[in-house]
Write a protein that binds this ligand. Sequence first.
Ligand code: FE2
Length: 362
Amino acid sequence: MSVDTFPIRRVDHVRHYVNNARQSAFFYQHTFGFSITGYNGLETGSKDQVDYLLEQNNIRLVFSAPLRPGHPMAEQISAHGDFVQDIAFEVDDVDWAWKTAIERGAVSAREPMWLEDDKGKVRIAAIHTYGDTVHSLINRDEYTGEFLPGFEARNEPGDGIGLLEIDHCVGNVELGKMNEWVDWYANILGFKNLISFDDADISTEYTALMSKVMASGNGRVKFPINEPAEGRKKSQIDEYLEFFGGAGVQHVALLTDDIVHTVSRLRARGIPFLSVPRTYYDSLVERVGQIDEDIDVLADLGILVDRDDEGYLLQIFTKPVTDRPTLFYEIIHRKGAKSFGKGNFKALFESIEREQALRGTL
Ligand code: FE2
């Protein structure tokens, strides 16, 4: 029985730094079907920064933008474009978590402090991880408000598409840095290495990457970490690092329990996905065995399937949602499988390379 040396309840929220939070909130409301449930801005007394809170089932996203020239956020947005700046953890004891992380070698991004309003108080701190990404540490056990002090409740419902929770968040790091960050998550946050992929698993004719999946002590937080590997041409990870300007979050996987419904809705709302050749589906049953879904329906929607020892999973990847070829989303439906779709890597990477070729970055 292994001991959890850094208890984390769950991913509390994912915060994006963006140029225009109002338009980002509108986009995620009208495509992914999130409800806008909270707001913090000029009208609520925030003079320098605006934040929109969006929710769907157990997923919380925050979009934050600077309101004035010279704001420190603006420098990071200028460097990276819109990006995931914070994967926040809910913890039992913020002070213990922050102090323990620092003692184990983490760099502080925010010392523990109280945020307060008439609904109570929230304890918050943060530590730096790869690139300009941070992990906030949050406990709101003494808070009865919606999210964080300062936010006012908003009731602007989205038309939900069955997105349930964050399944995993993937980071891209520089060549040679994967093991450093794997060790960081192991030594500081007590994460365990679930799976490793090397370039023999993940390579096409042109490009390759290495990946290790790290998971928190209770298994609820899963962070695959990628680095580029030598290939004949520029890998998708190199492309990301170049356009992003260093290490950062590459994709966020959102869990659904009805992927046909979820993806149908996203497609109807204009979200573009990576596509695989129709021939992928010719050998699908041979590869993954019998599945509940109609293969023609999956083929029409471009949904991929993979099987492991415990069951199968269905997944699909959006094209980048930002101008730069950086952040994208995965929609994943698990039917027993706890893995990440290794059997789809080759077809997917060939699809990504077709996109890279169009961008002239292969
Ligand atoms: Fe993924």
